[in-house]
Design a protein around this ligand. Structure first.
Ligand code: TTP
Ligand code: MG
Length: 408
């Protein structure tokens, strides 16, 4: 199970490790697909997103465009000023989705334990695949080669004993990188120490500003900070969470779709959010996404749950049973909103999540009588409506149909 990862590692006492995790992330994904499809673009600054002379932002850009300081989220007009020769192309989501499916299929060949995080990245738990394909770095090389051969695209991979470290590592040598984290517990803090705190999960704007005000800039600064002072500055829970991550500790497991007994989505706000309208809009969007996944998987959910992480990192979950179990967006939205409003927004929100559990293949409870209750009839109608929306979106694209605000 254990394998030495670097020259220095070999001198340290070997720590047995339980897992080998890969985090794979495609390089300049949308832009790379466009360049692959149109080879004349190779080597040029390519920007994907809104046109150069319109309001709207850059989705991503090629590494050539990044040299001009262009990045995701930047207004397209600013990008055009920074690089007047840049080639602007619109987002072709359906095409990227196709390539995304190809990539995910490659991952499945190396392990069944694949957790996609977005269309261009996934965690792979390859612990059980080592006897088949070689050690972690060897599997990483094979994954990179298969993706390059089958899609013509490069990706960057982090190999580590846990998810947090693998994700940090995949970003360290982009593009076309392969980064190995030391598998010895003794060496992990030193590996993390020089990295800026912003590379850590959850280190959003305000917490980082507090840490910087106390002269903490790197993960190493966090490791050596007095835990009591840290707790006083950012709160007990956040301090504990940050210290664990600073030492590279992460107990999460790769969660695969096939074995999922629950479905959830969440988002972390760039800055802690206080506007109830914005928070609710995001929650409704998450409910729709979960609803779509639920219907695609062919399940009905008996329980919904919201998750809120407040500014001070305390996290709450609130659940409600749904009877009869449902898979339609309207019911999911109603329960999500009602749970959030019941809880109340008494502090700025760092993260919001929505999930469903108690998944089953039919909406009928076993004791359901032969006569349809009015709840069941409503639920059947709502399901039909949601499935009709799914069909339109599948045919004409995700943004082809939007819910009116009256249906919030
Ligand atoms: P990323 O993996 O964050 O970026 P990337 O693949 O373009 O570049 P990198 O080499 O740094 O990984 O996101 C994947 C895709 O998601 C990206 O190609 C476009 C899309 N995206 C947006 O549309 N908006 C955004 O703000 C970000 C960050 C990504
Ligand atoms: Mg990427």
């Amino acid at each position: 199970m254990f394998f030495p990862m670097s020259g220095t590692d070999q001198q340290a006492p070997a720590q047995p490790v339980e897992k080998t995790i890969l985090h794979v992330d495609m390089d300049a994904f949308f832009a790379a697909v466009e360049v692959r499809d149109c080879p004349e673009l190779k080597g040029k600054p390519v920007v994907i997103g809104s046109p150069r002379d319109q309001r709207g932002v850059v989705s991503t850009c090629s590494y050539e465009a990044r040299k001009f300081g262009i990045h995701s989220g930047m207004p397209s007009r600013t990008a055009a000023q920074r690089c007047p020769n840049a080639i602007f192309l619109p987002v072709r989501m359906a095409r990227y989705q196709e390539v995304s499916e190809q990539i995910m299929e490659v991952f499945q060949r190396f392990t069944p334990y694949v957790q996609p995080l977005s269309c261009d990245e996934a965690f792979l738990d390859v612990t059980g695949s080592i006897h088949l394909f070689g050690d972690g770095p060897e599997i990483a090389r094979k994954v990179k080669a298969a993706i390059l051969e089958e899609t013509g695209l490069t990706c960057s991979v982090g190999v580590a004993p846990n998810l947090f470290l693998a994700k940090i590592a995949s970003d360290m040598n982009k593009p076309d990188g392969l980064t190995l984290v030391p598998f010895s517990e003794k060496l992990i803090p030193a590996f993390l120490a020089p990295l800026p705190i912003k590379r850590m999960w959850g280190a959003g704007g305000k917490t980082r500003a507090i840490l910087e005000a106390h002269n903490l800039h790197t993960i190493g600064d966090l490791q050596t900070a007095d835990p009591a002072k840290l707790a006083a500055w950012i709160g007990e829970n956040a301090a504990t969470a940050f210290r664990r991550r600073a030492f590279g500790i992460d107990d999460r497991a790769v969660e695969t779709e096939s074995e999922e007994k629950s479905i959830s989505n969440e988002i972390t706000f760039g800055e802690d959010e206080t506007d109830p309208e914005v928070i609710e809009a995001h929650l409704l969007d998450l409910a729709d996404k979960v609803g779509g996944r639920l219907r695609r998987a062919g399940f009905y959910a008996a329980t919904t749950q919201i998750k809120v992480r407040w500014k001070d990192f305390t996290t709450i979950t609130r659940q409600r049973r749904i009877d009869p179990p449902c898979c339609d967006d309207i019911t999911l939205r109603e329960t999500a909103l009602s749970l959030l409003r019941k809880e109340g927004l008494h502090s700025p929100v760092r993260l919001i999540g929505f999930g469903v559990s108690g998944l089953r293949e039919t909406a009928d409870a076993p004791q359901m009588d032969l006569f349809q209750t009015s709840e069941k009839q409503t639920s059947t109608k709502r399901e039909a409506l949601s499935r009709a929306v799914d069909a339109i979106r599948a045919r004409f694209g995700k943004t082809s149909i939007r819910r009116g605000s009256s249906m919030k």
